[in-house]
Design a protein around this ligand. Sequence first.
Ligand SMILES: O=c1ccn([C@H]2C[C@H](O)[C@@H](COP(=O)(O)OP(=O)(O)OP(=O)(O)O)O2)c(=O)[nH]1
Ligand SMILES: [Mg+2]
Length: 166
Amino acid sequence: MTSQSIEVGFVRLDPGVPLPRYAHHGDAGADLAIAEDCELAPGERKVVGTGLALVLPDGWAGFVHPRSGLAARSGLTIVNAPGTIDSGYRGEVKICLLNTDRHTPIRLSRGDLVAQLVVQRVDAVSFVELDALPDSDRGAGGYGSTGGVAQWLGQSTQRTETEVGK
Ligand SMILES: O=c1ccn([C@H]2C[C@H](O)[C@@H](COP(=O)(O)OP(=O)(O)OP(=O)(O)O)O2)c(=O)[nH]1
Ligand SMILES: [Mg+2]
């Protein structure tokens, strides 16, 4: 099965910025560059422009994801990951970067490919208020109801039965 190719128009608000590009055929994310130099102190976040504005077709949206390599190596991530680009948005695509490292600053240069844009089809739904929900296998179980393997060293934030409802 071949994947569908959808045209996404864009304008370079800053003529020098690299185009979004898929590094390999079959990649889900097209790498996105930043249009300015920036430095992030440990724990610091900054909104940085890409110098690009997009026209996503109606019924599609863009999602700005972090890049795994930068995240693992330096702790660089995106605060609101994935950032949502609405099809009607005509402004500059911006990235809300965050240095999650507690000790080391991150220095980035204009043109660095710091994020990736995943373009996906999205359905608009009608929200319908109901009197009750139908049963399901999962029910209301969530937030660890199926167990987990991480060793948690902090204090429990789960409220006891007597606290619930206070
Ligand atoms: O990482 C992001 C996230 C959002 N946007 C732009 C495009 C998007 O269409 C618009 C609004 O984003 P969102 O709906 O996430 O933010 P909001 O805080 O709800 O703002 P608004 O009230 O404008 O919807 O901001 C970006 O450029 N980068
Ligand atoms: Mg919004």
